[in-house]
Design a protein around this ligand. Structure first.
Ligand code: DQQ
Length: 537
């Protein structure tokens, strides 16, 4: 449908048509990145779920491959649901995934490549005695899904976790296995948090506390912290926490119980769900994939014939500077799409003003921006906006002492359509500054059947740091990373006027008390090649 075709992205992974959701089983094998995903081959809405499959050399340009697994067995006839890959020491791959059975019971199944010599891993075989796991006593038959990548225990066994719930407590069950066929349920859970509901797509992995290098999933020791991530079915967000893993007792506890899994930090404060990491042994990094749904209406999705994207894969590492959070950053390969760039140095943005940035078009961009506010004002101003939060304020239209200031993305000339991505600085009674990073969708489109929430959260800004952001713009997606990736916000927006050559970029400053000085470097971004599978007969 050409009417809505401008919403199609140019460098984000999408199937050619129909519905996609969770990333599944990402891995690097014999020179190729493999990406599998939850896919409905028949419609642009969720249902009939099978595994789509694509390969890439660089996580940006893709070749679509035939479906890897379809719903053809009693144990997955109602859906080939989410799963993860484990690469064994001999290089062989095992895939564990959830099947929804003929009676809609959630069970875990084993699959493996038909031919390990095929670098494209085109054909997949399901183990003949599937399922390998059924819901254990006390667990609901529909509350048992999404097995993780396995890691080694000190006993030399493999260990996996599977998300579930007991009452309203979200939990991560633990199983040990030596052959991926027979499993032993541990009587203690890896972790659980009351009130968080069903945990989907649990992820568990180590991060180095010294540097940004990725760690293989089995890595452990004093130089390591462990991340637990759960996707909360009840509020549709991905929450993580940093903590300590106890291999002997097969359990994990958070560094700070007040910001435990599901009640503290999120990977992303916009739309981002069912994410999964993998260790990329090719480049020694941990890479995070996340499903970015639509925020228009289902009717619009049906009309345009497709729904959902995958975010640009992000490297994820512990923030050794703040010590309190992860850092997420688009994989460096996305920089190969950069075309012409333009720099704007020390642009002064006066209180209450909007400054246009002279670019050809502003629909496919990679933006770096740095902002400074008046030091004198910062020091001398009394307490302000102690109670601020992105979503309860007036959004970017607000005027206050120290904010908001930032970018107007995907804006038309008249500013009837605009999506502000911005900082907002508050000062507490005790004089401490606290910075928020937000994205305001209120005026993102003149259409009214789209989500117009204001997203955002607190972002740590350390002594001596400027306010920095990076934003990737790709037609209907805006992915923003503040302070090097401490706080991230992804939004889907559906402008009707700010499209193609009519889309513009502006700076704005609604702070009353301070000038803002902005420096930017902005690249036009090329489109990625995302090719159909060749029809060779
Ligand atoms: N999506 C899958 C489930 C998973 C959910 C089904 C999360 O396995 O729990 O498509 O989005």
């Amino acid at each position: 449908n050409s009417m809505l075709s401008w919403q199609r992205t140019a460098f984000h992974f999408q199937p050619e048509k129909n519905w996609m959701n969770d990333p599944n089983g990402p891995l690097f094998y014999k020179g190729w990145y493999h990406f599998f995903y939850q896919y409905n081959p028949d419609a642009a809405v969720w249902g009939n779920i099978v595994w789509g499959h694509a390969v890439s050399k660089d996580l940006i340009h893709w070749l679509h491959l035939p479906l890897a697994m379809v719903a053809d067995q009693w144990y997955d006839i109602n859906g080939v649901w989410t799963g993860s890959a484990t690469i064994l020491p001999d290089g062989k791959i095992v895939m564990l995934y959830t099947g929804s059975t003929n009676e809609s019971v959630q069970v875990q199944n084993l699959a493996y490549p038909a031919d390990h010599n095929d670098p494209l891993l085109i054909e997949w075989v399901k183990y003949s005695s599937n399922p390998v796991l059924v819901p254990p006593p006390g667990i609901g038959i529909k509350d048992f899904r999404d097995p993780t990548t396995a890691w080694y225990t000190s006993e030399g066994k493999w260990r996996i976790t599977i998300g579930s719930k007991v009452g309203k407590t979200g939990i991560a069950l633990i199983y040990d296995t030596v052959d991926f066929i027979n499993y032993e349920l541990r009587n203690q859970v890896l972790h659980g948090v009351p009130g968080t509901g069903m945990w989907e797509c649990v992820d568990f992995y180590p991060v180095s506390i010294y540097d940004r290098n990725g760690l293989e999933t089995s890595a452990n020791g004093p130089e390591v912290k462990h991340v637990v991530k759960a996707s909360l079915d009840d509020d549709r967000h991905d929450y993580y926490a940093l903590g300590t893993y106890d291999d002997k007792n097969a359990t994990w506890y958070p560094d700070i119980p007040e910001i435990d899994v599901g009640i503290g930090l999120r990977y992303d404060y916009g739309i981002f769900y069912a994410s999964k990491t993998f260790y990329d042994q090719h480049r020694g990094r941990r890479v995070l994939w996340g499903w970015i749904g639509e925020s228009d209406s289902e009717a619009a999705d049906v009309k345009k014939g497709w729904a959902s994207l995958q975010g640009i894969p992000r490297t994820v590492a512990f923030d050794t500077k703040s010590g309190s959070n992860l850092l997420q950053w688009p994989v460096e390969e996305v920089e190969n799409l950069r075309l012409r760039s333009k720099e704007f140095k020390n642009v002064e943005v006066k209180p209450g003003s909007v400054v246009p940035l002279d670019l050809e078009a502003a629909t496919q961009l990679d933006i770096f921006a740095e902002f400074e506010i008046d030091k004198n004002v910062l020091e001398n101003i009394a307490e302000t906006d102690e109670e601020f939060s992105c979503s309860t304020s007036n959004g970017a239209a607000h005027h206050s002492a120290l904010g908001p200031f930032g970018l107007l993305v995907l804006a038309d000339e008249s500013l009837a359509e605009q999506t502000p991505v911005y900082f907002y600085v508050t000062k507490g009674f005790n004089g401490t500054l606290k910075t928020f990073f937000c994205t305001d969708q209120t005026r993102s489109s003149v259409a009214n059947d789209v989500n117009k929430q204001i997203y955002g959260n607190f972002v740590p800004v350390l002594e001596g740091e400027k306010f920095t952001l990076r934003t990737l713009v790709d037609h209907s997606i805006i992915e923003s990373f503040a302070q090097g990736g401490r706080t991230c916000i992804t939004s889907r927006v559906y402008p009707t006027r700010a499209i193609y050559g009519a889309a513009k970029l502006f700076l704005f400053n609604n702070a009353i008390e301070t000038n803002v000085t902005a420096s930017l470097k902005i690249w036009q971004m090329n489109s990625a090649f995302i090719r159909p599978y060749p029809n060779i007969r």
